[in-house]
Design a protein around this ligand. Structure first.
Ligand code: C2O
Ligand code: CU
Length: 549
């Protein structure tokens, strides 16, 4: 449905210049930049990243194990047919990296498996301030409760021509991702391409009969900027943030995707350095339409209790969320039902500035991400159930008279980006929860112009409230990244155990996932219990010592 003039006024889309234009900040492009206008939008076909198959599998033992191998290496990609190639750093030389799909869960019926991923660093060196420096890596599987030595500790660095084997338990079903986490270099390394999706499924989820196979589609969103020689241009504006003017969906600028008239499940990951997206579906390329729904079914750590509709609707009183905000490192999953549109029609995944986005932007071309071209046919044997799974609020697990510990963390700016006024140190631990404890953490932003998407490793959390008010409808699931807005206190709750009943001990990081802030020290660590494995307990080895697995 098209928006009426009155509705447009309500949205602030008209009068005094449209909101879509007025929120852009003027930005001075440096002489070495080209603008994204050389790349035509909706000209290149959508593609999912390749899926990685195990090199080997071991079926015996307590839990079957799949062995994967990924070589980190440089490669060149062509971002548009008439552009010279661009150098990227990729897992297996592609960006985003190959997708790992695993069966997880610890119940017998889940047929859960473990993974061992060997990451080999063949990235060599790069030039920094006129000097040749080695590219060192560490790999974090974001959303997995790994042991400290396999969690991508920022200083557990793998130098070039070294490798490290990482073990992953695949404890529960969720859309998660692996990315570089090298101390001070995470933003650069991820921006250069070191990011990929990792999907865990279990039996409970499979039984729901959500769209699967070709209809279960990853959407990895990133923004980049090119220099005149087509190299990726990294400009963090004096350690504030990095924004690109080219939108990549699975590494392709503004793709079009042919879809059948049926339901699809999309797994969205914001793998950008700093950019937030506000997702909404629209029948128009440069405007918004109503009642085009994203049915959100999952948050960072798996399925929600029930789907949440997101879109514009002026017809009813209880308005659903208008956009799905997705901050760096967040994952959401949604279903789109294309059967309600005639074949031959088109839909756009838009990113309008309907809410404060925190982005510093000048290019309105980032306001549209991709196009769906609806084709003939499509048998649909999938379901979108009203109830997806049980969701037990963690507060209900707290015994009367046993108040959980409450900790406060202020995300701010001193000489550098800080947490409780401090910068990163391997020597210091800023929280020490007991194994198995339930704790409430208050994440605080006292203003100052920046919003911080805070990520806490290891645990799955629930948001209790934002400044005392309930979280947005689509945030009411298990999460590991939390937007902490201006003058906002976000209270989150977690249990520091693991789903198979193990109590893991050890040190884990937490930080802002605006990667520029993270690299400039908005990061610290907590330690569960005492005497857990050291994050440096399984150091990388030279390739000359590599035995086949
Ligand atoms: Cu996705 Cu500590 O990071
Ligand atoms: Cu931040």
């Amino acid at each position: 449905m098209n928006i009426t003039r009155r509705e447009a006024l309500q949205l602030g889309l008209m009068g005094g210049g449209s909101l879509l234009l007025s929120q852009g900040f003027p930005m001075s492009a440096s002489a070495s930049e080209v603008l994204s206008h050389q790349i035509e939008r909706f000209k290149q076909p959508f593609r999912p990243p390749p899926v990685l198959t195990p090199k080997r599998s071991y079926e015996g033992g307590k839990r079957p194990l799949d062995v994967y191998e990924i070589t980190m290496q440089k490669a060149s990609v062509q971002l548009a047919p008439d552009l010279e190639p661009t150098e990227i750093w990729g897992y297996n030389g592609v960006t985003p990296g190959p997708i790992i799909r695993q069966r997880g869960g610890f119940r017998g019926e889940d047929k859960g498996r473990s993974s061992l991923v060997r990451f080999i660093n063949k990235l060599g060196s790069t030039i920094e301030n006129g000097e040749e420096v080695p590219i060192e890596t560490t790999v974090h599987l974001h959303g997995m409760a790994s042991l400290p030595q396999y969690d991508g500790y920022a200083e557990d660095l793998t130098p070039p021509d070294h490798f490290k084997d990482y073990y992953y338990p695949n404890d529960r079903a969720a859309t998660i991702w692996y990315h570089d986490h090298a101390i001070d270099k995470t933003a650069r390394n991820v921006y250069m391409g070191l990011a990929g999706m990792y999907i865990v499924e279990d039996e409970e989820e499979r039984r729901l009969n959500l769209p699967k196979g070709d209809y279960d589609v990853p959407l990895i969103l990133q923004d980049v900027r090119l220099a005149r020689d087509n190299s990726l241009l990294f400009n963090d504006r004096r350690q504030l943030s990095q924004y690109g003017d080219i939108i990549l969906v699975n590494g392709v600028p503004w793709p079009y995707m042919k879809v059948a008239r049926r339901k699809y499940r999309f797994r969205v990951l914001n793998a950008s350095t700093s950019r937030t997206f506000q997702l909404i579906l629209s029948q128009k390329k440069d405007g918004l339409t109503t009642q085009d729904w994203l049915h959100v079914i999952a948050t960072d750590c798996g399925l929600m209790e029930k789907p949440v509709k997101v879109g514009l609707d002026f017809s009813s009183r209880d308005r659903p969320p208008r956009v799905l905000q997705i901050w760096p490192a967040e994952r959401y999953e949604f279903v789109i039902d294309f059967s309600q549109y005639p074949s031959g029609s088109q839909l756009y995944l838009q990113n309008p500035a309907l809410q404060f986005s925190g982005n510093i932007d000048s290019d309105i071309r980032v306001r549209t991400l991709m196009r769906f071209d609806i084709e003939q046919g499509g048998v649909d044997d999938s379901d979108l159930p009203d109830k997806l799974r049980d969701f037990e609020p963690l507060v209900d697990k707290i015994q009367p008279g046993e108040d959980p510990p409450i900790r406060q963390f202020v995300f701010g700016r001193g000489l550098d980006w800080t947490i409780n006024g401090k910068t990163w140190s391997t020597e210091r631990v800023d929280a020490n929860p007991e194994p198995g404890a339930i704790e409430v953490w208050e994440l605080i932003n006292r203003g100052g112009g920046w919003i911080h998407p805070v990520h806490i490793h290891f645990a799955d959390w629930q948001i209790l409230d934002r400044n005392g008010r309930p979280p947005i409808a689509y945030e009411r699931g298990w999460k590991d990244v939390f937007r902490v807005g201006h003058f906002e206190t976000v209270r989150v709750i977690a249990e520091f155990g693991r789903r198979n009943g193990d109590y893991i001990k050890g040190k884990f990081m937490f930080h802002c996932h605006n990667l520029v802030h993270e690299d400039h020290s908005m990061m610290t660590q907590f330690e569960i219990g005492e005497g857990g494995p050291d994050p440096f307990a399984d150091p990388p080895k030279p390739i000359s010592e590599m035995r086949s697995l």
